[in-house]
Design a protein around this ligand. Structure first.
Ligand code: ZN
Length: 150
């Protein structure tokens, strides 16, 4: 199984959204391709009880899938926050998750964890943990900096 690589901006954006949305759950889509998550796109949480559950606005989900079919970024999964809970899938998350191999980024308690939803899973029979690998910000070599030549 390939470990997806998160662009650091994408993870930072999801964290910032979670902090801004509290005490409600924040949610959004993970977009990218080629094993890289390049964007965490904030979506409206249209759940009836947004403090304890999330539902990504269907129009946003449709638009993302349509854009992907037209050659845009692939929909790799989703993210949401647990404003008063841990960064672990809840039984409700498991019930709501399609076993489609999608990635689930969960933010809670100052932490972020990544999961893959499948037919079987170590957590609630649905989720398997995936290492959360973040891309380091590339630092240009000294030789590329102006004025560094001897
Ligand atoms: Zn949840």
């Amino acid at each position: 199984m390939t470990i997806p690589i998160f662009a650091s901006e994408a993870l930072a954006a999801a964290r910032a959204h979670a902090a801004a949305a509290a005490p409600l759950e924040a949610c959004g889509l993970l977009l990218g391709g080629g094993g890289r998550v390049t964007e965490a796109r904030a979506c409206r949480n249209v759940a009836a009880e947004p403090a304890v559950r999330f539902e990504i606005e269907p129009a946003a989900l449709l638009a993302a899938h349509r854009a992907a079919r037209a050659g845009g970024a692939a929909v790799m999964g989703c993210y949401h926050s647990h404003p008063s809970g841990a960064a672990r899938p809840s039984p409700r998350d498991a019930a709501d998750a399609a076993p489609d191999g999608g990635l689930w980024l969960i933010l809670g308690g100052g932490d972020a964890t990544l999961w893959r939803a499948g037919e079987t899973g170590a957590v609630h029979g649905r989720f398997d943990p995936v290492p959360l690998a973040c891309e380091a910000v590339p630092i240009p070599p000294h030789s590329a900096l102006p004025g560094s030549g001897a």
